[in-house]
Design a protein around this ligand. Structure first.
Ligand SMILES: NC(=O)c1ccc[n+]([C@@H]2O[C@H](COP(=O)([O-])OP(=O)(O)OC[C@H]3O[C@@H](n4cnc5c(N)ncnc54)[C@H](OP(=O)(O)O)[C@@H]3O)[C@@H](O)[C@H]2O)c1
Length: 329
């Protein structure tokens, strides 16, 4: 039996943790089912990489630990740690590399140091580049492989007060858009998964940092816009439109199981029109005008719509629970 080795970065929480557990525990059912249909044979070993905290992943993996799931230490900002980790994998053979590790940063740029900004680029952009540089030569030799990057809708569309995080995701999108053509020549697929908001520790970490930050470096009006408009809107958006890490794991699973994986995959259909605005008007006026009005003019309307969406989602959730109780899937 041919086995597939999947390597996921950043599995101590959030999407990486959910994905690692899903792949490791799904082995008996879905992967066997897809064995015949899609020429995608079962995952024999999944290598998943935590950064600091492996206890949570060990606990969540349960009996899959050391059977379909191995946890290894890896820092995407440290070339030596990447090299050692890949060398510890038999024949350095990785079929699917999932670049998930990432960090966030929000706030007025006047309050962020260049060092902090470089830290974001180091992880979200160079971290992925380092990983790809390490595995690409082996994939090329074997003429097979799949490189997946957990990007974001912010890799396609800038969002106010997310300037540096957005830049890091745009950078990786541009990098992959260039690489994908060369990779295809070697039968290597590249896929960008583009979630909207996902309720994970990521969001908590950026809010905690934002609450502790010193806004004296910016003018009072900007500080007021950030704390009283942006943070308020952002929290409402996460609670109304946010997906779960398990939702993103399910989308990623579908992408890696596709015989010809897509280059781009958005996980939240509500965001698709937003990311299409710039393509509808190459001058950028439609996009800037729409976002300006949404943030500064119609934020009451935005909150009413978000409340309505929350209510619809809650009702849909209740209906699904009811259907399950009645024995429907
Ligand atoms: N949450 C969202 O709304 C959202 C939306 C779109 C895209 N994304 C993307 O999804 C990915 C996962 O985010 P998440 O929401 O699941 O956040 P999360 O819960 O904070 O998980 C991020 C993971 O990356 C790891 N990590 C950070 N720096 C690392 C490094 N230098 N080397 C190795 N691992 C490192 C973290 O480990 P430690 O905790 O041990 O540092 C953690 O396991 C990120 O790329 C993020 O940009 C998130």
């Amino acid at each position: 039996m041919v086995s597939k080795t999947v390597l996921i970065t950043g599995c101590s929480s959030g999407i990486g943790l959910a994905l690692a557990v899903k792949l490791a525990q799904d082995k008996q059912r879905r992967f066997k089912a897809s064995l015949m249909k899609k020429n995608f044979l079962k995952h024999e070993i999944l290598f998943t990489l935590g950064y600091k905290d492996k206890e949570k992943l060990e606990a969540a993996a349960g009996p899959a630990l050391h059977k379909t799931l191995e946890i290894k230490q890896l820092d995407v900002c440290d070339e030596k740690s990447i090299h050692n980790c890949i060398n510890s994998i038999p024949q350095r053979h990785i079929d699917i590399l999932i670049n998930n590790a990432g960090v966030g940063l929000i706030g007025p740029i006047e309050c962020q140091s260049i060092e902090e900004m470089k830290g974001i680029m180091e992880t979200n952009f160079f971290g992925v580049v380092r990983m790809i540089k390490e595995v690409l030569p082996d994939m090329k030799k074997r003429k097979s492989g799949h490189i997946v990057v957990i990007s974001s809708v912010m890799g396609l569309q800038g969002i106010v007060f997310n300037d540096i995080y957005t830049a890091s995701k745009f950078a990786i999108e541009g990098f992959c858009e260039s690489l994908v053509i060369q990779a295809l020549k070697f039968n290597i697929f590249v896929s960008l998964i583009e979630p909207g908001p996902v309720v994970t520790e990521f969001e908590m970490k950026v809010y905690e940092d934002a609450e502790k930050a010193d806004y004296s470096q910016t003018d009072p009006e900007t500080a007021e816009i950030f704390t009283n408009i942006y943070l308020k809107n952002s929290k409402a958006i996460f609670s109304s439109l946010g997906q779960t890490p398990e939702d993103i794991a399910e989308h990623t699973l579908k992408v890696i199981m596709t015989a010809k994986p897509p280059f781009r995959h958005q996980t939240n259909a509500i965001y698709t029109p937003m990311t299409a605005l710039k393509h509808a008007d190459p001058t950028g006026a439609l996009m800037t005008d729409s976002f300006y009005k949404m943030v500064f003019r119609y934020d009451t309307l935005l909150h009413i719509s978000l409340k309505a969406i929350r209510l619809i989602r809650w009702q849909a959730h209740k209906m699904r629970q009811g259907a399950r109780l009645l024995g429907f899937r």
